[in-house]
Write a protein that binds this ligand. Sequence first.
Ligand code: GLN
Length: 211
Amino acid sequence: MRPLRVGVLGLQGAVSEHLSSTSRAMKKLGMRGEVVWVSRREHLEGLEGLILPGGESTTIGRLLLSTGLLERIREEARNGLPLLGTCAGLILLASEGDEEVRRTGQPLLGLMDMKVIRNAFGRQRESFEADVRVEGLRGGPFRGVFIRAPVVERVWGEARVVAELEGRIVGVRQGKRLAFSFHPELTPDTRIHEYFLELCRGGRPTGTSLS
Ligand code: GLN
């Protein structure tokens, strides 16, 4: 099988952890491939998947705009590029934000039919770990690391809830786009990365648009 080329958006945030989790997941699956750091438009060339890491969504959003990556990622996604967003990455994928997002006008990619609430767990629970059941993942619950995590208030259209914690939505799938509130790259468990790589290996749909 041909090698797979997957990128991690590296403008700010938990980038190197995603690079290494993705490489480990490739090895586990016995897939040949490479994982590349994406910070400029040209880096999207030839990618078969892109990961949007956690960090500060306001900063990442601003940098996406100034580098011209915002528009290019939207285009690539519409052409079927699979995307995985974690934490701030989930926020960026949403098509609707909360009051704060609206007020500050922070740029979003708007690629998933969902409304997000930033820092939804409040000050007392800024960071915590919890077991999360993720639909489509075999082998029991996933240990979620939540750091100033967002939740999804609601989904519509093509978006499907794949993970919930205490009745709040923390995982969504829309076709080849996946988003989680927590940080799978901060645990040794690579199942979420494996799940994403399987989606990427499925190839880009030809002649169809996901959005
Ligand atoms: N609180 C951050 C934001 O709103 C997200 C936190 C994270 O990615 N760990 O962008």
